[in-house]
Design a protein around this ligand. Structure first.
Ligand code: SF4
Ligand code: SF4
Length: 320
């Protein structure tokens, strides 16, 4: 991990370039930090490889991007064991990628998490990589269905717009995967996008019509069942978040994801996986908090512009 220029508690000195110091902003103020309050959700990034190449994929996944390598079952198990001791409050294991089912260890990693007593959330495009594990998934559903949620990315409720993001021919396989999940009684959530310029009510109504035709029991008005994501293109002049921003914005450090979650990633070429602050910043080395939970319990300093742009609610309106 690259060492910061200024440690907490050190005297604040001259101004510096924006986002250049982990602890101090360009104006010399203390950067906002988020302590881990309670580890509720642990994410495993199973690897960045994906069967498709979507426009605007925040992690730039593709059939050739292996910047994050496949996580092994043994590596995931090691974290489950450490969590049992250090974080008894842990409730949920999330799997994300890339496309998680590109990793052939997925069914066994899901099984391990369920047997350890956790709920499991899998983010998938529901296409061919997931469907090749149909029999294993059906068995998992029979054994532990109520604790499994599969969240499927469907960028729009029409094939044209979905394929504008995911590529020609991507709609039918996604719907085939959704049909499989519906037939076998999985709890399904959908991740859509708001990039289309439609108002949210119209967008949700369009999804409702589609879900009725597919026989999917999803409440489109529940933001947990139909999650609509904005685009994640960082603006160049996003403000830095200081300690005083919380009060200005009327928010708490506990409002952001890194107060209650961590993600395990395995960088290509690394001997061991690393624990990072959240799912949104998998590559930035300053967000490698350690290799174990014992090393990764410290506060996260909100240095990347990403934090202000997308995460600290209303951060874009803080004038710091
Ligand atoms: S399916 Fe998901 S992980 Fe794969 S390229 Fe698209 S957005 Fe990225
Ligand atoms: S983007 Fe920043 S503020 Fe948001 S969860 Fe990640 S580290 Fe925390």
């Amino acid at each position: 991990m690259s060492e910061p220029a200024t440690r907490p508690g050190a005297p604040v000195t001259a101004p510096r370039p924006r986002f250049s110091d982990r602890f101090i902003t360009a104006t010399g103020e203390r950067r906002a930090a988020v302590p881990l309050q309670a580890l509720r959700t642990l994410w495993f990034n199973t690897g960045t490889l994906c069967n498709v190449t979507c426009t605007g994929c925040y992690i730039e996944s593709s059939p050739t991007n292996d910047r994050l390598a496949y996580l092994s079952q043994a590596e995931a198990c090691g974290y489950l064991q450490e969590a049992r001791t250090l974080h008894p409050e842990l409730e949920e294991i999330g799997f994300t990628g890339g496309e998680p089912f590109m990793n052939r260890n997925m069914p066994t990693m899901m099984r391990d998490a369920l047997e350890a007593g956790y709920r499991v959330l899998v983010l998938t495009n529901a296409m061919r990589p997931m469907q090749r594990f149909a029999s294993e998934l059906v068995q998992l559903q029979r054994d532990d269905g109520p604790r499994i949620t599969i969240r499927v990315s469907l960028d729009h409720h029409t094939p044209e717009r979905h394929e504008a993001v995911r590529g020609t021919g991507s709609w039918a396989p996604a719907l085939s995967g959704l049909g499989f999940l519906a037939r076998h009684g999985f709890t399904v959530a959908i991740a859509g996008r708001t990039r289309w310029g439609e108002d949210e009510a119209t967008l949700r109504a369009g999804y409702r019509e589609l879900f009725v035709t597919l026989g999917l029991d999803i409440d489109v008005l529940d933001p947990g069942q139909l999650v609509l994501f904005p685009e994640m293109n960082a603006r160049p002049n996003v403000p830095e978040i200081t300690e005083s921003c919380w009060a200005i914005l009327g928010k708490e450090p506990g409002d952001v994801m890194c107060a209650s979650s961590r993600m395990v990633v395995k960088r290509r070429g690394a001997d061991r996986p690393a624990v990072v602050s959240c799912t949104l910043i998998p590559f930035d080395k300053q967000f490698k908090l350690g290799e174990t939970f014992a090393q990764a319990g410290g506060a996260v300093h909100l240095n990347p512009p990403f934090c202000a742009e997308f995460c600290v609610p209303g951060g874009g309106s803080c004038s710091h």
